[in-house]
Design a protein around this ligand. Structure first.
Ligand SMILES: C[S@@+](CC[C@H](N)C(=O)[O-])C[C@H]1O[C@@H](n2cnc3c(N)ncnc32)[C@H](O)[C@@H]1O
Length: 267
């Protein structure tokens, strides 16, 4: 099966297995239906993404690979006019119902679409964003499309899974699916390692950066049921906080923020 169809089927199945649609509140910075994300400080990453986009009411934003619509809905709660797209039809259906339930149905609209072949005019968005999506894409094609649909000077920001820590990559390759360890990733995703980040940098020369608002390393141990306990979680968090205080530790993180800006205008 071609990778696009396989991705759509994989994420359709994830949605079909899930619970009923839940609302996103106006103050939520993290998907309330995934408590695990709060442990990973994803709310801090979302704040960082919004700050990079210079989010303001009325801004036209494209959310790539919007999944179950948390980010689109959170942006719409803050007054942005959001277009979410995803290759999985069931995800898009979920997003529409979630936006209605959250009171953002007028500002957030959703379509089934391939991020690598966008059906939008050139320069039609003030900003482009996404959460855990770039590492599912052909980066050359996706970067070309991001640059094309951004207005001159427009900014893009993505919360991404990184492949810069060899220990985490080894764990990712060997542990999921064994014992009680969840396999949460599809066949067609590749964390952004140095070579992949270099491809994005080449598409936005001098205007692409990687940032680490928090170091998420020990907390990935939470995938091991023995560590994901009331005692284990605060210990993993404290270890990450200590690691994050070490200068230069950012690339050890499993998550980071990748930002770009289209040229042709003042920064
Ligand atoms: C890891 S999920 C992230 C979903 C959501 N952004 C979130 O943070 O929960 C990756 C999403 O990217 C979507 N996706 C993968 N490849 C895609 C493509 N070529 N075009 C559009 N969406 C795609 C998948 O269907 C899935 O919903």
């Amino acid at each position: 099966m071609a990778s696009l169809a396989r991705e759509a089927e994989f994420w359709d199945q994830v949605v079909a297995r899930g619970d009923t649609v839940s609302a996103v509140g106006p103050d939520d910075l993290c998907d309330p239906s995934v408590p695990w994300f709060k442990l990973l400080d994803l709310d801090v990453f979302v704040q960082c993404l919004m700050a990079h986009l210079r989010l303001r009411p009325g801004m036209k934003i494209l959310d790539l690979g919007c999944g179950q619509g948390f980010l689109s809905t959170a942006l719409a709660h803050r007054g942005a006019v959001v277009q979410g797209i995803d290759i999985s039809p069931l995800s898009i259906d979920y997003c529409r119902r979630r936006a209605e339930l959250s009171g953002t149905g007028k500002l957030a609209t959703f379509s089934v679409m391939d991020c690598q072949a966008l059906d939008f005019e050139d320069a039609s968005f003030d900003a482009v964003c996404g959460c855990f999506v770039l590492h599912h894409l052909d980066l050359e094609r996706a970067a070309a499309e991001i640059g094309r649909v951004l207005r001159p000077g427009g900014r893009a920001a993505f919360i991404e899974t990184l492949g810069l820590n060899p220990l985490l990559m080894l764990a990712r390759a060997t542990l999921p699916g064994r014992g009680n360890i969840e396999k949460a990733s599809s066949e067609d995703e590749y964390p952004l390692d140095r070579a992949r980040l270099a491809r994005l940098r080449a598409a936005f020369p001098g205007r692409m950066e990687t940032g680490f608002p928090r170091v998420v390393f020990f907390r990935m141990g939470g995938y091991l049921p023995a560590l994901n306990t009331a005692v284990g979680r605060p210990v993993l968090r404290a270890l990450d906080r200590a690691l994050g205080a070490v200068p230069g530790s950012g690339p050890l993180s499993y998550y980071g923020i990748v930002t770009m800006q289209r040229g042709d205008a003042a920064r």
